[in-house]
Design a binder for this molecule. Structure first.
Ligand code: NAD
Length: 395
């Protein structure tokens, strides 16, 4: 695997964190594809003025800038051996569509994080555009918690995970690609056996909608003063922890059913939520005795508040926040769709999707089935022509 040119897509928090990290560990060409708004202009200015983007990680600072930036895929994707998409899941498809005509035959393209069902959309787009040789991968989560402090100038990396899972298709490239990504992202990357693991082990789809449901169900209209905005992770009560465990357990039951149906598939890396928290955050959790305590005593989660928006002098829950718009149609709804194919009941997940869909003014489930008017926008396998469980387990 020879990677001479890397192109990063998008100019958000995650892309800002990646640029100085990759620059430190990769001496090849580093491009940036920024089709959104005027993002490209900001980075072009950085290049023109020969300044650097600064990433602050605790007491350490890293500096870097891309070699080339463009609003147009033709200018920054044609040479790319590896394309990284640190984007919200709802941006994956239209970004892929812009790039696909220009992808090299043997390029590798991946989503960081993948969220659920990335492979269904990516492989369909590649096939429709006769680019079947392009390889894909996804990472289970974003390795860092990061926030831009000044656009195209500085980013704060608040925390870094101990290790992040990565799966690729075709599977043969996983080991070599994970070694390469470990090196350039400066992080332990755990090779995962298949992309289905990424979907089943997508913890964001449990944590984000699950906590929002627990915090705001029955309190949808409540107004909060600034100092009353609920803490998100530290706000996990015993009852919310019970809901989170129930979602996680339904996904584990689905995982077991898939294993029974397909004896050859390795889904050993799909962990229960508590086990995943302990595995990923290890020393930053002070008390690992209960799931609730894994949230409330996790140093990495301290002080983060629930998403709200300002209304006059008060704050109200923000039901258009990424925690819902990303983690429901590109998360829980995908799980529900796979559960339907596997004939597994998911009553808790259904209740959460139904309640949150109303908050978001969307309709995914109708009459108990994924037949709501907005289901076309969810990344379920059925929307990409996949109609049975066997096909899903190939990837
Ligand atoms: P962000 O909002 O900072 O970045 C979004 C970028 O995506 C934009 O700058 C733009 O370049 C691009 N984009 C393309 N289409 C878009 C659209 N329709 N709407 C908005 N942006 C669009 O996001 P981020 O914080 O960099 O997060 C990237 C991914 O990482 C998301 O999946 C997020 O959930 C996940 N994540 C982020 C963090 C974090 O700390 N930032 C932590 C965990 C997971």
């Amino acid at each position: 695997m020879e990677i001479k040119t890397i192109t990063i897509c998008g100019g958000g928090n995650a892309a800002h964190a990646m640029i100085p990290i990759i620059r430190k560990h990769f001496s090849g060409q580093l491009n940036l594809f920024l089709p959104y708004g005027d993002e490209a202009n900001h980075f072009q200015k950085l290049i023109n003025e020969k300044r650097f983007l600064t990433a602050t990680i605790k007491d350490d600072k890293l500096y870097g800038r891309p070699d080339k930036v463009s609003k147009f895929a033709k200018e920054v994707c044609q040479e790319a051996d590896l394309i990284l998409m640190p984007l919200p899941a709802f941006a994956h498809e239209h970004t892929l569509l812009k790039m696909v005509p220009y992808l090299k035959e043997d390029a590798i393209i991946g989503a960081i994080p993948a969220r659920s069902g990335f492979e269904y959309a990516a492989l369909k787009i590649l096939k429709d555009n006769h680019k079947e040789k392009v390889k894909i991968f996804g990472m289970q989560t974003l390795p860092w918690a990061c926030r831009i402090t000044e656009y195209a100038i500085s980013v704060n990396i608040l925390g870094k995970k101990k290790s992040v899972g990565m799966a690729a298709f075709p599977h043969q490239i996983t080991s070599e690609l994970s070694s390469f990504l470990s090196h350039v992202l400066d992080l332990k990357i755990e090779p995962l056996p298949n992309m289905l693991t990424l979907t089943l082990a997508n913890v964001g789809q449990i944590i984000h909608p699950g906590i929002m449901y627990g915090l705001f169900k029955g309190k949808e209209q409540k107004k909060y003063k600034e100092d009353e905005i609920p803490l998100f992770y530290q706000g996990v009560t015993k009852e919310i922890a019970t809901t989170l465990k129930a979602i996680s357990d339904e996904i584990l039951v689905l995982t077991e059913k898939i294993k029974v149906r397909n004896k050859n598939i390795n889904l050993d890396y799909v962990l229960g939520l508590k086990d995943w928290l302990i595995y990923s955050y290890e020393s930053s959790i002070a008390d690992q005795s209960t799931l609730q305590n894994c949230f409330t005593t996790n140093q990495a989660y301290q002080g983060l508040r629930a998403p709200v928006k300002k209304e006059n002098d008060y704050f109200v829950p923000d039901f258009q926040a990424r925690y819902l718009t990303e983690d429901v149609p590109f998360g829980l709804v995908v799980i529900k769709s796979i559960a339907q194919l596997a004939e597994v009941q998911t009553p808790v997940i259904d209740e959460i999707i139904l309640t949150i869909s109303q908050w978001m003014q969307k309709e995914y489930i109708k009459g108990g089935f994924l037949k709501g008017k907005d289901i076309k926008d969810a990344r379920i396998p059925q929307n990409y022509g996949i109609k049975n469980l066997e096909e899903i387990t190939i990837y």
